[in-house]
Ligand binder design. Structure first.
Ligand SMILES: [Fe+2]
Length: 186
């Protein structure tokens, strides 16, 4: 297998991953309560569309078709994110779960772009390296923003947890039972 083939495979994988995200991010944005996290996800959706266009442009340069690969890793991450969205939990704790799913997605993409950039570099494909680097920077920034956004949500979720502990015994027990059922189903 030539390195050129490796590069095209890596790029097709990324193209599939980004397209899956264009479909998944609106559902994620809809499922979170925090307006700031919602904004962040919506902004990243726009960036993701730009990343798809960037990849299309690279394929044109290479004279190759972008389709032909299904990114199984992203399929798995999207499925996990959807499971978080379907949980009957609400509020900050649920947002923390979704932020975790979003962070996994960003780190997976960071790995994908880093790998593709390394191959393109070794092939001396400078323009492709610089286009992919733009997307990599966006993914890194998005990951950092998700992490920063998760901090106040964690605090909020912690105080929500304390309130639940202060609930009357019957209700609190139900909450705990629901929580552990949720944990088992994950
Ligand atoms: Fe992306």
């Amino acid at each position: 297998m030539s390195l050129q083939t490796v590069l095209v495979d890596e790029l097709r994988d990324l193209y599939s991953a980004e397209n899956q995200l264009v479909k998944a991010l609106p559902k994620m944005a809809k499922g979170v309560s925090s307006p700031k996290l919602k904004d962040l996800i919506t902004t990243h959706l726009e960036e993701t569309r730009g990343q798809v266009d960037r990849l299309k442009h690279i394929f044109e340069q290479l004279g190759k078709k972008p389709s032909g690969e299904v990114c199984k890793g992203m399929e798995g991450l999207v499925k996990e994110g959807e499971a978080q969205l379907q949980s009957d939990e609400e509020g900050a704790a649920k947002d923390v779960c979704i932020a975790g799913a979003a962070l996994r997605v960003e780190h997976y993409e960071i790995a994908g772009y880093t790998a593709a950039i390394a191959v393109a570099k070794s092939l001396g494909q400078d323009e492709i390296v610089s286009l992919l680097s733009e997307s990599l920077e966006e993914e890194e920034a998005a990951g950092q923003k998700v992490q920063a956004q998760a901090e106040p949500l964690l605090e909020e979720a912690a105080s929500e947890g304390e309130e639940e502990e202060a609930e009357p015994a019957g209700r609190a027990t139900k909450t705990v039972a629901r929580r552990s059922a949720h944990r088992v189903s994950r």
